[in-house]
Write a protein that binds this ligand. Sequence first.
Ligand code: CA
Length: 490
Amino acid sequence: MKRICTALLVFAFSAGVLIAAEKPNFLVIVADDLGYADVGFTGSKEIFTPRLDELAKNGMIFENGYVTHPYCGPSRAGLITGRYQARFGMEINPTYSPYDLYMGLPLTEKTFAERLKPAGYRTGIIGKWHLGAAQPYHPNSRGFDYFYGFLSGGHDYFPDSVTTAFPLLLPNGNPHYSANEGCYLPLMRNNNAGEFNEYLTTALSRDAAKFVAESTAPFCLYLAYNAPHGPLQAPKETIEKYGHIKDKNRRTYAAMIDEMDRGIGMIVDALKKSGKLENTLIFFLSDNGGVTPKKGHENENWSNNGPFRKGKGSMLEGGSHVPFILHWPDGIKKPGKFSGLVSSLDIAATAVALAGGDTSGEALEGVNLAPYVSGAKKGSPHDALYWRVQDGVSWCVRTPTAKYLLENWGGTDTQLYDMKNDPYETTNIIDKAPEKRAELARMWNEWNSKNTANVLLQAGDYQKKRLQMYEELYQQQLKKAEKTQPTVIQ
Ligand code: CA
């Protein structure tokens, strides 16, 4: 009886009949470092993603869909809280550090899972967490009933491989400091070791399919693939399917996306079979743009963000304009493309609004997309979207018609684009539109006045300081040992 009650959300008296609508389910699928043009629904002819393309065709394609940061950890912090991560100073990737009670998504923030649980939801996260590894930051402490995956920022894809993609020493002999410490650890299921006996993307998909099939309460599942993030690893037979791609890196990367697409198909089939597909909102997006070559990393050539410029890390469109769709048969009357500005922040806002979730605490900053995808509301959900990296070493503001940005990490290379007529940012009009520049600067300053300073250290700096601290403590102990007389017993 209790289960039946929690499954009922809306009672509407219509034509004398009491109608009970079930609460919708939420499946939020995030790919990692996926290039904008590397799925079929954004135009790829090289990489095959039939299951995603089917969801896109029967759902809504957000043509102007963005994440809030051009790389992993901060982007995920924005998505999972529904708040700009600069509001709470998380502008750096958290380092995997299971004994550090300060390293992770600040505990002042609520995840969307925490907001949905009081509304009767079963909540799960499968895959990459990357929001802190000490117990207070563990998914089970942040509103998730269920966790299967890894706490760090990356992971090997094969259970028996020892990766060479995250070498412990750089070519110059210096240690490689990475946010991805922990990528060799066993997978976890809640607080225990979890099994890991097949290709990782398939293992995560299989577990997700099981989660959605067995959920009897309304569910919210956050499925965070690490695919197609490095290390570039895929089953041999899938790589062979991409013989038409000459570059070896891109061939493997294509196979990783292929495996992800098939995994998503497995979950969609489980939803269909259990009669939940119609009433499930499936969001799919990437956490940032695809990796593009930088100086000294010329071999990082595998992704394609075309038609956008640059990629992961950049304030240009390639950094945070991502493939982004919503599939929801019960809520989308007419499938198609949506051109208004949509943000990853909108996922939490939509879910909490539809579920009747907890809105206490810090205010959600996204927009409920349900009336936009149903056609009830027109126009752009956002008047503007904002970005800030590490206290403003680079920044950006975008409106439906214009974009103003600083690209080069603390330099003075400001750029202004007419996004209506030049959406691919070919012509910098910074010197031609001083009023527009001033207007956008005012907007960004107003937004930034409500932000707080970044509180985390980059993984390399963090680990150097941690090693220094251990070194100092060790030297103190040595001195103490020198002075200590040996114990003599009688
Ligand atoms: Ca990423």
